[in-house]
Design a protein around this ligand. Structure first.
Ligand SMILES: [Mn+2]
Length: 387
């Protein structure tokens, strides 16, 4: 008889994130909650059998705060009332989830409806008793019990471990349904400027091919990864657009139906997060301000304004006048070649981001030898940002 398994795959909630903390600190919690409510509604209506969450449910790995923990546990509970929930941890996740998961497992008589994954395969029973084998590759971090085996020996050992694990998974026997869950960047999808900090980058040919579904997290754009020989593979992406680099990203959740005859299908749930929009002005003047005021009046989202010059010093006034709508005002400069046209979000403009300027400065001065220095400083900044 044909067996089916309906999966709801979501990722990168980043609960607790405050966007634009330098200019207009904006708590994104209400938006994240409203999107999760939509996902819950659909999941209930669609009678989902299993939830897969591929990491970064928290934004702050060390101090998420009581309200954030309450929200995360609240939504996991709501999901668990519909179907079993499998959680994989990402680089942002609060590692308190690991002992919490263990606690759930050891104190609940029957296997709990929320499973927090470690680094070993688990068998999960879905809503209608379907047996699902999960092969996890979380972000490798302290707290997973790898201290002696991996972290004592430094970075190289981490990559070796990832390769060993993936090789092992290619040989692992299949369950009634088999799913691989990972939190990392696939080679070829590295966003520009992502050369800093400790990133795990996995070559596509190492992915397990004999599974039914590959659920990925970490990259914030919802996207299907298509490659010959690869099973159905998705990055579910983040719930909200965290910053303007995600302005054009597709967002949502993935509803996958696996069938025992291998005829798998999927559907993408549009969760309509608030849009982000960049306006570029050659000169910030009162005419520009008026134009922005008109546009912002009918725009339900967040706006970034970029300008080449601000002779009257209106940047601050703009932020105050359109507070809550305009969240970022920044000066950009022309590339060496002439600016082709000024319009919305022109590619030819470069923000005067401190890190970019630093990179440029060090590279111009020391050439390619400067990479170590840039990585060191970038890694430090990233550590700070993730706290
Ligand atoms: Mn991540």
């Amino acid at each position: 008889m044909l067996k089916t398994l309906k999966i709801l795959h979501t990722s990168d909630w980043h609960f607790g994130i405050e966007s634009w903390s330098q200019t207009v600190p904006t708590d994104r919690t209400p938006e994240i909650c409203s999107i999760l409510n939509k996902i819950l509604e659909v999941s209930e209506r669609e009678e989902v059998d299993l939830f897969l969450i591929t990491g970064d449910v928290f934004h702050s790995r060390t101090n998420p705060g009581v309200d954030t923990i309450r929200h995360v546990l609240g939504y996991l509970t709501k999901m668990a009332k519909i179907a079993p929930v499998v959680v994989l941890l990402g680089n942002h996740d609060w590692k308190g989830m690991i002992p919490l998961g263990r606690f759930l497992k050891e104190t609940t008589p029957v296997s709990s409806n929320v499973v927090v994954l470690g680094i070993d395969p688990v068998e999960v029973e879905a809503r209608r008793g379907q047996k699902v084998k999960i092969l996890p590759l979380p972000y490798l971090d302290k707290g997973l019990g790898l201290e002696d085996r991996v972290f004592a020996e430094g970075e190289r050992r981490i990559n070796e471990f990832v390769e060993e694990k993936l090789r092992e998974y290619r040989e692992t026997s299949r369950g009634e349904f088999t799913v691989f869950m990972g939190h990392f960047t696939l080679r070829g999808l590295e966003p520009p400027g992502m050369e800093t900090g400790r990133e795990i980058i996995v070559p596509r040919e190492l992915l397990p091919t004999s599974v039914d579904y590959i659920a990925l997290g970490h990259i914030h754009e919802l996207r299907r990864v298509e490659e010959r020989g690869l099973p159905l593979t998705f990055y579910a992406g983040s719930l909200v657009r965290l910053d303007f680099s995600e302005e054009k990203d597709r967002k949502g959740a993935v509803l996958v139906t696996l069938r025992s005859n291998g005829d798998h299908t999927y559907e993408i749930l549009d969760t309509s997060p608030k849009p982000l929009k960049t306006f570029v002005f050659e000169r910030l003047d009162y005419k520009a301000l008026e134009q922005l005021e008109r546009t912002c009046g009918v725009f339900d989202g967040y706006v970034r304004v970029q300008y080449l010059e601000d002779p009257k010093g209106l940047a601050l006034e703009l932020l105050n006048r359109l507070r809550g709508k305009v969240v970022k005002v920044e000066m950009v400069r022309k590339r060496r070649q002439e600016l082709a046209s000024i319009g919305e979000g022109s590619e030819e403009l470069r923000p005067t981001n401190l890190m970019d300027l630093y990179k440029e400065f060090v590279r111009e001065k020391y050439g390619e030898q400067a990479n170590d220095l840039v990585n060191l400083v970038g890694g430090m900044l990233k550590e700070v940002e993730e706290r």
